[in-house]
Structure formats: C-alpha cells, structure tokens
Design a protein around this ligand. Sequence first.
Ligand SMILES: [Zn+2]
Length: 293
Amino acid sequence: MKIEFYGVRGSMPTPGKDTVIYGGNTSCVYVELNNKQNVILDSGTGIAGLSKKFNETKQPVHILLTHSHWDHIQGFPYFQPIYQNNSNITIVTGATENNDNDMILRQMSGANHPVKYQHLPCSITLNTQLAQQHEFALNGFNVTTQALNHPDGGTAYCLHADNQKIAYVTDNELKPPYLESSTWEEWVKFVLNADVLIHDAQYNNNDMPLKHGWGHSTFEQVVELALQANVKQLFFISHDPSKTDEELAKQEALLQKTLKDTPHCNLSVAWAKEQHEYNVNTQSFTAMFKNAE
Ligand SMILES: [Zn+2]
C-alpha cells in the first residue's frame, strides 16, 4: 500500500515562494492498495494533480470526504475524470451537521463554476449516509469512522486493507472548548496501533489560546495522541496557510530531534509534503518527482 500527498494545506490554497517545499494545495491524499484499488481522501485543490493517474486506468474512483468546507471540495470541478464518460466515481460524504453534505456537487451549480454537475458525462454515486455508520465496506476494503470535532462536524476515516491501518483525521480539534463529538479516549481507540496516522496539526502551542475553538489541533496534542495510541508513522496535515517552509522545517527538525532523544520512542513524524509518497510496506517517504525534493 502507498500514500501520495497531493494537497496538505489547510483553509486556502497558498502558492508562492514560501510554500514550494511543503506545498500550497488544499487537502487531497491518494491511497493505492496493493491490488491497485484506490481511495482519494478529500477533494481540495490537490485533486487536480491526480487527474493524470486516472487517464491511464479504468479503475473505479472512490472519494471519501471528511466534510464540505471549501478546502476539502474545491478541486473537484478540476478533477479530469469527471469529464470522461467511462469514469465510475463513488463519493462518500462526511456526516456534517448542516444539510450541506452534497456541496461537492452543488458547488457546480453554474454560479461558482461554468459546468453544471447535471451535465457531467461520468457516472457519479453520491453516498451521503454511509459515513454515519461506524463501519462499512467499499470495493475490497473496510472503513471505520469517527465524528470530527470541528465546526459543522464531519467524519474521520480509518482504512483497513492489506493488513494495514491508515487513519485520516482532519479537520479535528482534539481538545476543544466546546462540547466535543468525540472524546480523547475515543480518538485513542480509533487510531490505536495505526500504521499511519495523518492528522490535522494546523497550529502549535504558541497559537493558543487565540485559536482555541477554531476546529484544529496543535502538533503537540497530536504527538501526545500518537504516542498514547502506539501509532508507527505520523504525518501532520492541514498546514496553516500563514506558516512558511522555513517555519515548518524548523519545527519538524526540532520535533524529530526531541523524539529521537526520547528513550523507547519509536514514533516517526513528519509534516506531510506535497508530491511525496509514503510506501507503507517499506516505511519509506520519498519525492514522487526529482524536482520535488
Ligand atoms: Zn474544515
């Protein structure tokens, strides 16, 4: 199984010289199972870069959406397979609190994008109920869910396939000031023994208390969760749009050194980088293209 990062930025796209290393596209993570089945986690602007991959394959496309905030759906109108009549796309929407979980299609109403979703030639199955179940199966792999602590709600997913467990948890505030949808103990149980945890860490302790309640976690809280849950590999995602490559790299180096110096700590951590892939079988993280290093 392998994981490819196409969009790792939170809130809004951030192109420019300060974000070329970690990337400026909003949330989109591609997971390829050993049998070549695919799962796309969220449909931020990063999904446009995935289009080429599906020109080469007729495999059905599975998109799991955490929630309907812009940065998780806004790339969908630019995902080329939706304009191909042989594409078969299943979308599972996150369980949000408002009646907006079909927003991924409704954003193509004509007002926000010139092509209306009713005119798309591909086959789209929109499943707005599945994520309300704690567990479901989708074309050869199993998925478990947990409710996000985030304004308007949403769903976190664990993929269970190839004897591995991949947890995708964003946007999520682990210690919110408001009534939480999922408790700390529930999060520990949800990500327990995950081979890979990809978790929102938009902030750090210095950003608090100002951003307490905004629906995102600090990387310090996520490390605490990963250690308690015996996670093997942790990737932070949903990087703050105001944070530069230099700031993230500095934080990353410091945290990696701290964990390396901690006795009996086997947790490996990294801030997710666009155009990088993680091979779960070999536990290696590499650039997908030479110029992405
Ligand atoms: Zn959000």
